[in-house]
Design a protein around this ligand. Structure first.
Ligand code: PEP
Ligand code: MN
Length: 332
């Protein structure tokens, strides 16, 4: 349920109302925009007398929200959320490009790629350390050592780092990670989401392979319910009957999720397509669709990459994509 507050009401009056609502066992989310102040009421609102609330002098309107996601809902929070990842802002008109290899493979590899993607305009460095591989016989990532190499690359370039967590027990290892990624395969690992909710770390939440937009928002809700509102959504393609591409990039999810939620949403055309030559057209299409950023896999030697070489761009190809995206952004 949301209560829209009349214009010109002072903070004291709002605070009194919040105190009363909290005494009714509701938690209240206050959203102050330039023109509108909205109280989002989370909890069992069935006992609240809507008419009584609506008749209060300071209340303009009360609405029940039918969607099960509350904190992530744009109705609660009409302005776009802007997530600050160690100084790099994402959302609300701030566009970010995350680039780097699928997996961190060595010091030379990650540092070389970090420097080149930074020169091309990437604002955050990605690199998997703990890799969710379909086969247990495939390279599982350098794990804790991979995190150390990412930190080295951050020191060398100043770029904030993004890497995937698969196990909540690993959280202490992620202290210096700027943006923690929850991969598609863990989007509904609710225990992991709850643990991330207890932190203040920005989280990049990827949509699951076979999950609806609503399920993705409910997963964001899990993290937000714990008190962590620093979430960026990521559309990375969903599984369909199509086989020429690794997944099917659901670009309609970008404007739809933006309508439903105030959270920023970025697009990962690399995992969506699985084919490097499709990354550029889909990166441009994603930018035009209104995405708040892109995540693109880049490798200095894609043919010998330990993971996802077929979808990885060379640094030169990435440079071309980044410059075309920049030009498109100017037109938009
Ligand atoms: C990744 O970004 O490295 C990854 C594994 O992505 P996804 O979870 O989208 O498959
Ligand atoms: Mn990958």
């Amino acid at each position: 349920m949301i209560a829209i507050i009349k214009q010109g009401v002072n903070d004291n009056q709002i605070e009194n109302l919040i105190n009363w609502l909290e005494s009714q066992n509701l938690s209240v989310h206050l959203s102050k925009g330039e023109y509108t102040t909205i109280l989002g009421l989370v909890g069992d609102t069935s006992k609240i007398d809507i008419e009584l609330l609506e008749n209060l002098e300071i209340v303009e309107k009360v609405k029940r929200i039918s969607e099960p996601f509350k904190s992530a809902n744009r109705k609660f929070h009409p302005n776009d959320s802007i997530i600050d990842v160690s100084g790099v802002k994402i959302g609300g008109g701030n566009f970010a490009i995350i680039a780097g290899p699928c997996s961190v493979e060595s010091e030379e590899q990650i540092i070389e790629i970090a420097k080149s993607v930074k020169n091309s305009g990437a604002t955050l460095l990605r690199g998997g350390a703990f890799k969710p591989r379909t086969s247990p016989y495939d390279f599982q990532g350098l794990q804790a050592d991979g995190l150390e190499l990412l930190k080295l690359a951050k020191k060398e370039t100043g770029m904030p780092i993004v890497t995937e967590i698969m196990n909540a027990n690993h959280l202490p290892l992620f202290d210096d990670v700027d943006l923690i990624q929850v991969g598609a395969r863990n989007m509904q690992n609710f225990e992991l989401l709850k643990e991330l909710g207890k932190t203040k770390k920005p989280v990049l939440l990827k949509r699951g392979l076979a999950n609806t937009m609503k399920e993705c928002l409910m997963s964001a809700e899990y993290i937000m319910a714990g008190g962590n509102e620093n979430i960026i959504l990521c559309e990375r393609g969903i599984r369909t009957f199509e086989t020429y591409t690794r997944n099917t990039l659901d670009l309609a999810a970008v404007p739809m999720l933006k309508e439903l939620s105030h959270l920023p949403i970025i697009v990962d055309p690399s995992h969506a397509c699985g084919v490097s030559r499709l990354v550029k057209p889909m990166a441009l299409a994603a930018t035009a669709s209104g995405a708040d950023g892109l995540m693109i896999e880049v490798h200095n030697d894609p043919r010998n990459a330990l993971c996802d070489g077929a979808q990885s761009l060379t640094p030169e190809q990435f440079d071309d994509v980044a410059s075309k995206v920049k030009t498109l952004m100017e037109v938009l």
